[in-house]
Design a binder for this molecule. Structure first.
Ligand code: XIL
Length: 364
């Protein structure tokens, strides 16, 4: 009995301050509840709720979520007739349980494709994969996900269509076809086109051409996602504002779908997951902590961004961060593996950074 009391006391002493602290941190989703949704991407460990404190933290801070990987075709559809829905189903349950809307990511993307698709060399076979994949996946999550990134990253930087396996075999109508199939399989779900750097003029023009083509075919598209993988001190605010206005003028919702701000040196622009950079003596400059000057610049950049989002809250429907905290971020491993990056609002222990306070103070 005495031992049990000691254990109980120890537990209280160690866990109470942490959860109290989490409760005392303002909530992003509450701060912006009258403005736009606040999302995060979720990885397998978070979806499986391996750490209850993390689960509680996510449920308190976010009301929308995108799977970081588990709904990509390589993971969902590993063989011609094989689908592995377990993790994606768990994500849907996670959303229902915690009142978090799920954005499916993504039906058609040239990257993270199953091995068998990379070996396809005929139009017929690719058409079969394309149609089956969209019908099966969008159909399964009909009424269960709020929205889909139907097509991801179909554009080159100059606004022309990327020479993906889809363009090569199916021709330039494949994007419209994907939206048509998604709409048939999942009529009540919002359908989006998603890309990085599509706030830049040439790529934006290409994106607008895609949107017009879909609409001219009488097919539905509800929104456009600007991924928002930007660099500290170089956030293109004017182009972002222009893009919000131009996309909204087409009647679309505008979303920032994968927001993070890179603080490490990088000679790779954009967010092409296929690109890599070799590590050298200067590529991981802050293994222990972010210098104060960079921390302040990061906070200023996030503040300016959120001021812009709020100015256009009638057009911006969601802002999703690509990770819950700095430790989760893909930027620790891209384009160089094993770096220590600091692109988000929460540090590796879920403690708010100055950037968090510079953002949350703007809400409500
Ligand atoms: C990234 C994930 O974060 C990584 O875990 C994965 O290894 C590669 O993909 N654009 C997208 C996202 O649309 O799906 C990518 O996510 C980041 C760039």
């Amino acid at each position: 009995m005495k031992n049990q009391c000691v254990v109980a006391l120890l537990l209280t002493a160690t866990s109470l301050p942490v959860s109290l602290l989490a409760q005392s941190i303002p909530s992003l989703k509450d701060a912006f509840k009258n403005d736009f949704g606040i999302g995060t991407c979720l990885n397998v460990s978070q979806i499986e709720e391996r750490d209850p404190k993390t689960t509680a933290f996510i449920a308190r801070q976010f009301n929308m979520a995108t799977p970081e990987n588990v709904m990509k075709s390589a993971l969902l559809h590993p063989g011609w007739d094989t689908y592995t829905f377990e993790m994606a189903d768990k994500l849907v349950e996670f959303g229902q349980k915690h009142n978090i809307k799920i954005n499916g990511h993504t039906l058609i993307w040239h990257s993270q494709l199953p091995g068998f698709v990379r070996r396809i060399h005929s139009q017929d076979s690719l058409r079969t994969f394309f149609t089956d994949h969209i019908k099966t996946v969008a159909g399964r999550y009909k009424g269960k996900v709020f929205s889909w990134d139907v097509v991801n990253e179909a554009l080159n930087e100059d606004g022309t269509l990327r020479k993906s396996v889809f363009l090569q075999h199916l021709g330039d109508t494949y994007i419209t076809d994907a939206f048509r199939l998604a709409q048939e399989a999942s009529p009540g779900t919002e359908l989006y086109y998603n890309d990085y750097n599509n706030e830049q003029p040439a790529k934006r023009a290409g994106c607008i051409a895609i949107i017009k083509k879909i609409k001219d075919a009488g097919v539905r598209i509800d929104g456009v996602g600007i991924q928002g993988h930007w660099h500290v001190g170089k956030v293109p605010l004017a182009e972002i504002e222009e893009s919000i206005n131009q996309y909204a003028a087409l009647g679309l919702k505008v979303m920032f779908t994968e927001l993070d701000i890179e603080v490490l040196p990088r000679n790779v622009q954009g967010a092409d997951v296929g690109q890599r950079m070799t590590a050298n003596a200067t590529s991981n400059p802050y293994p222990d902590a972010l210098p104060d000057s960079v921390q302040q610049q990061l906070a200023a950049d996030y503040e300016a961004l959120f001021k812009l989002f709020l100015k256009h809250k009638d057009k911006v429907s969601r802002v999703t961060f690509w990770g819950v905290n700095d430790g989760d971020s893909w930027l620790n491993n891209w384009p160089v593996r094993g770096r220590t990056n600091y692109p988000l609002l929460f540090d590796r222990n879920d403690n708010p950074k100055p950037a968090f306070y510079s953002v949350v103070k703007l809400g409500k």
